[in-house]
Ligand binder design. Structure first.
Ligand code: SAH
Length: 215
């Protein structure tokens, strides 16, 4: 076991399992994916700490617990088509690639998308498609999705994303102002309505685009 493997197992025990994450597949994915590779070399020593870290372009990789919580809320079994908005470093993308059949991921900043693509390829995930565009309106071409995860903060309920869910599909998204948000889980019901549950406070960088912040 190398130094990072050790730190990663500790991170999962202390930050993920101890705080109540129960989905065994999520826990296994977090034990496996080498989170340190998604950070620049100078920051790798903090890859398994209990906080978000910078990934360039004034963006951040989420705190490990938040990644686990949002992923658990999607209840993935392995046969799903998932849409991710905000590829960033690609770490959350890799976790999703471990747990679902197909992952479509959207990033607005080309430099981040390019780096993430390279790493996802090096780690040999073959079920991930990454594109560069405004994801605040989703990615209609591949819809409907079993699950949608947005890893940037939205100012209001995202109409297009809700419309791109299958019946029974789930959308997890932080909604609020630019300083703090609530983590909201929407589920599309049989009758076409959406149920909504609040999983508490969080803080993400802004979702910028047509159905997000303007700047
Ligand atoms: N899940 C990422 C976290 C990235 S931070 C990780 O694990 O590293 C949020 C990301 O959302 C940033 O990379 C930002 O550029 C991106 N983003 C913001 N608005 C967006 C939009 N409208 N469409 C796609 N990506 C967006």
């Amino acid at each position: 076991m190398n130094e990072y493997t050790n730190k990663r197992q500790q991170m999962v025990d202390l930050q993920i399992v101890a705080r109540g994450i129960k989905d065994q597949r999520v826990i296994a994915a977090m034990r496996k994916v080498p989170r340190h590779l998604f950070l620049d070399e100078a920051l790798r020593s903090q890859a398994y700490e209990d906080y978000p870290s910078p990934i360039g372009e004034r963006q951040t990789i989420s705190q490990p617990y938040i990644v686990a919580l949002m992923t658990e809320l999607l209840q993935l079994k392995g046969n799903e088509k998932v849409l991710e908005i905000g590829t960033g470093s690609g770490y959350q993308t890799a976790i999703l690639a471990e747990l679902a059949e197909q992952v479509f991921s959207v990033e607005r900043l080309p430099t981040l998308a390019k780096k993430a693509r390279k790493l996802i390829d090096e780690l040999k995930y073959t079920n991930v498609v990454i594109t560069v565009k405004d994801g605040s309106t989703g990615w209609k071409e591949h819809s409907p999705y079993d699950a949608i995860i947005v890893t940037a903060a939205a100012p209001y309920e995202p109409r297009s994303l809700l419309e791109q869910l299958k019946v029974g599909g789930r959308l997890v998204i932080p909604i609020g102002d630019e300083y703090s948000q609530d983590l909201i889980l929407y589920t599309k019901e049989e009758d076409g309505t959406y149920s909504k549950e609040n999983y508490g406070g969080c803080r993400f960088v802004k979702l910028i685009g047509e159905e997000g912040w303007k700047t």
